[in-house]
Design a protein around this ligand. Sequence first.
Ligand SMILES: Cc1cc2nc3c(=O)[nH]c(=O)nc-3n(C[C@H](O)[C@H](O)[C@H](O)COP(=O)(O)OP(=O)(O)OC[C@H]3O[C@@H](n4cnc5c(N)ncnc54)[C@H](O)[C@@H]3O)c2cc1C
Length: 405
Amino acid sequence: MNHTYDVIITGARAAGASLAVLLGKMGKRVLLIDKAAFPSDTLSTHFMSHTRFLEELGILHKLEETGLRKVSRMRTYIGQSFMEGPRADYTIIPKRDVLDPLLIEQAEGLNSVTFMPRTSARGLIREDGRVTGLHLETEGKTWEAYAAWVAGADGKNSNIAAWTGAEKYRETKPLRPVLYGYYTGVEPLSEPVTEIFLHEGRIGFVFPMEENRDCLGIEIHPGEFADMMKAPQETFEQTFNQFYGMKKRMEGAVLQGKIIGTPGMPNFFRNAYGEGWVLLGDAGHSKDPSTGLGINDAFLQSFLLADAFQQMDEGVDWETSLDRFQSRRDEQLLPGFQLTLDYIQSLRKWTDNEMALFQTIAANPMAWNKLMPHMGRHLKEDTKDFPLFYQSVEGEASSFGFRKD
Ligand SMILES: Cc1cc2nc3c(=O)[nH]c(=O)nc-3n(C[C@H](O)[C@H](O)[C@H](O)COP(=O)(O)OP(=O)(O)OC[C@H]3O[C@@H](n4cnc5c(N)ncnc54)[C@H](O)[C@@H]3O)c2cc1C
């Protein structure tokens, strides 16, 4: 078979476009397709707590030049109180109609990458059981493209996964609906801070994107979604006004566009490969967005997959290379998956007694003086059924000088 491409990548956002950059740099002939036209938005907020991958992909400085704020602090509100601290790394919050086109532009700048927007994958071409290409449709015209590998970076409802029959595992149904929107005119804090509100078992968030533009969102209880979507803006703002300080800070706020809602994201891993095909990004692994990991996890998968292609070039057989890709993916993404599920499944409305005591302690420096030296030990003891959580806290604390005894 004469392959026109080394790899056809379906889906040109976080996963697909980043893979195209990495494979293009290796000199691979890549066809990158997406049914969307760009720039275009997609269903996603875009909190990015690690910038390492953006730097390695060569787009960090370009993104930052678009006026994004560097957010290096996080604040968690409970009732009328809050705790705030610095993060180990700064966060940027680029809208997807900025991030994804920059990635595509980076890929298109490489000689061996061809990008085709408005192009849908319609079905697999198979020869002797192996996937060897795709039936495609571009603006009403159907055509075929052939490749050694077909990569599905086509999101959580992946067509490539459906056509190859890639099985799911560790599956948990969607847990929480999410509503979000973009606002100008929210009264800012003195410096940009990611704000999280744990309120009545819901999670509210303010992501400071650029000067005078914020992404506001809430993860709500499943039973609230249908009613809230009947009057999304009104109910969204009513809920936000209950969060400490937000009623006043929202007085001059103006919604840009509309409130976007989803009943929730599925949680799963999928088998990642077979003869002639491979999955990455949300197509291979999806989870609740409350921990804001999906885009970074998509990048991580691209880097791991590029390594697997490198191994194949060096003579390792495809099954060993891709099996290693899938094991490394699961090993590195499972902790974040488990932490995310635990966060959402254990989040609840606080009892009146818990709230009253917390509010009193929050406002009492003598109480903090007593509690402060024991916080780590308390947290460790109270999460002993889920040691991963405390390990992740110690992991971040090591950036601030924490050393195990
Ligand atoms: C409400 C919400 C909030 C989120 N917030 C965050 C956050 O703050 N931080 C974070 O890191 N992650 C967040 N995520 C997760 C993040 O959006 C995803 O993990 C990420 O978009 C996955 O990227 P991807 O490239 O794998 O897939 P996608 O972004 O879903 O892209 C898939 C692409 O494939 C294309 N496609 C699909 N089928 C075909 C076909 N047949 N032919 C051609 N093209 C096709 C689509 O047009 C699309 O462009 C959030 C998700 C949601 C739903």
